[in-house]
Design a protein around this ligand. Structure first.
Ligand SMILES: Nc1ncnc2c1ncn2[C@@H]1O[C@H](COP(=O)(O)OP(=O)(O)OP(=O)(O)O)[C@@H](O)[C@H]1O
Ligand SMILES: [Mg+2]
Length: 324
C-alpha cells in the first residue's frame, strides 16, 4: 500500500471563521495533515467541536465562504491541489470522485422528491446514460444496501422511510457513483445501536479496494470496528496519529488514552462515550501551549509555556511533551 502515492494528502490545513460581529478571522483548525491511501479507512475521532467536520468538509470545498477562510495548506487529491481549482472544476470532483455521506439524511435528501428520482438525478449529473438505465442502476444499488423492497423504495418520499433506511439510501447515492474518496461524517450517530451495527457492516462490505474513506466519529467503539489509521483531534489540532493496530496496542496522548478508557465494553458497544471532565476550549480560546493541559491529569507547567508540536513517538505521531 505504502509504495503508491496516497490518494489524498492534506498538508498543514489551517482554517478560520470570520466572527459575525468583529469580522475578525478566528483560527479554528490548525496545521492538520494526514494521508488517505486507496483501500484505506482513516477514522477521525474527537469530541464535539474539535474540528472533525470542518477539516473534512474542506476537502470537497463544502465549507461556506464566508464565513470560512482557508488560511493555509494544501489538499492534494490524486495529484491535484483542490484548493487551487476553479469552482466549476471542483464541482466535477464532488459526487463522482469525492462522495460525502452526512450524519442526518433528512438534511441531505430533498423531502419533496421521490427517492428514485433523487438517485437518478445524482447519476445523470455525472454519467451519460439514459434515465431508464439510471433507474435500473438505482434499483440495483438499493438492493446492495439492504433495502428489502427496492422497487417500492424508489417510489417513496424520504419521510416514508425509517432513519436506518434513509441512511442506506444516502450510502447508495454516494456509492453508486463509485467515488475514489468517501467522506462519511458520523453516518451512523443518529441511528439506534442495532441499525448502527448493520450500517457499519454494510459500509465495510461495500468499501472497494480502489477507494479511500475518511470516517468521522466521536465513538471509539466505531473507530475500533472501522479504522485502519486513526487521527485523534482535539481543539482544532491533531494530537495523535497512528495505525489502528499501534493505536489500540497503546495510545500515547493523554486525551487519546482518556477516550480509549471510555471505550464501551463489548456488552455496551455503540453507546456514547463517557464524558471526560471539563470542556474542549472553543476557537479563539486555545492559548499557546498544549490545549488539553487544563483537563490532563499528567499536565506540568511546561505544557502551557510554549507551542507543542506533533512529534514521532515510536510509530505514532503525538502532540505531547511527555508521551513516550
Ligand atoms: N459556519 C461556521 N461558522 C463559525 N464557526 C464554525 C462554523 N462551522 C464550524 N464552526 C466552528 O468550528 C469548530 C469545529 O467544528 P466542527 O463542526 O468541525 O466540530 P466537530 O468535531 O465536527 O464536532 P461534532 O462532533 O459536534 O460534529 C467549532 O468550534 C465550531 O463552532
Ligand atoms: Mg461534526
Amino acid at each position: 500500500m505504502s509504495e503508491k502515492a496516497p490518494l489524498l494528502q492534506v498538508r498543514n490545513l489551517t482554517i478560520a471563521f470570520e466572527n459575525d460581529e468583529t469580522r475578525q478571522a478566528v483560527t479554528t483548525v490548525q496545521n492538520v495533515s494526514f494521508d488517505v491511501h486507496a483501500g484505506e479507512i482513516l477514522c477521525i475521532v474527537g469530541e464535539s467541536g474539535c474540528g472533525k467536520s470542518v477539516s473534512s468538509m474542506a476537502i470537497p470545498r463544502l465549507l461556506p465562504s464566508p464565513p470560512s477562510i482557508i488560511q493555509g495548506g494544501e489538499i492534494i487529491f490524486d495529484g491535484v491541489d483542490l484548493l487551487k481549482l476553479p469552482i466549476n472544476e471542483m464541482r466535477k470532483y464532488r459526487g463522482k470522485r469525492i462522495g460525502v455521506i452526512f450524519q442526518d439524511p433528512m438534511t441531505a435528501l430533498s423531502p419533496l422528491v421521490r427517492i428514485g428520482d433523487q438517485i437518478v438525478e445524482a447519476v445523470l449529473t455525472h454519467e451519460c446514460i439514459s434515465r431508464r438505465e439510471a433507474m435500473a442502476k438505482a434499483l440495483e444499488w438499493l438492493g446492495y444496501v439492504g433495502i428489502q423492497n427496492p422497487a417500492l423504495a424508489l417510489r417513496c418520499y424520504p419521510y416514508e422511510l425509517s432513519g436506518g433506511m434513509q441512511q442506506r439510501v444516502m450510502i447508495a447515492m454516494c456509492l453508486i457513483l463509485e467515488p475514489q474518496l468517501i467522506i462519511a461524517d458520523e453516518p451512523t450517530t443518529a441511528l439506534d445501536v442495532t441499525i448502527q451495527a448493520q450500517v457499519l457492516d454494510l459500509m465495510l462490505k461495500l468499501h472497494r479496494k480502489e477507494s479511500g474513506m475518511i470516517f468521522i466519529t466521536h465513538d471509539m467503539g466505531v473507530v475500533y470496528k472501522m479504522a485502519q489509521r486513526i487521527c485523534v483531534m482535539y481543539a482544532g489540532q491533531i494530537v495523535e496519529q497512528a495505525s489502528a493496530k499501534d493505536f489500540f496496542k497503546g495510545a500515547k496522548h493523554p486525551y487519546a488514552r482518556a477516550l480509549l478508557e471510555a471505550l464501551p465494553s463489548h456488552a455496551t458497544r455503540g453507546t456514547r462515550l463517557k464524558a471526560i471532565p471539563g470542556q474542549v476550549p472553543g476557537p479563539g480560546k486555545y492559548g499557546i501551549g498544549c490545549r488539553f493541559a487544563d483537563r490532563c491529569a499528567q499536565a506540568r507547567p511546561e505544557c502551557t509555556a510554549g507551542a507543542v508540536d506533533l512529534r514521532p513517538v515510536g510509530d505514532h505521531q503525538v502532540r505531547c511533551l511527555y508521551a513516550e
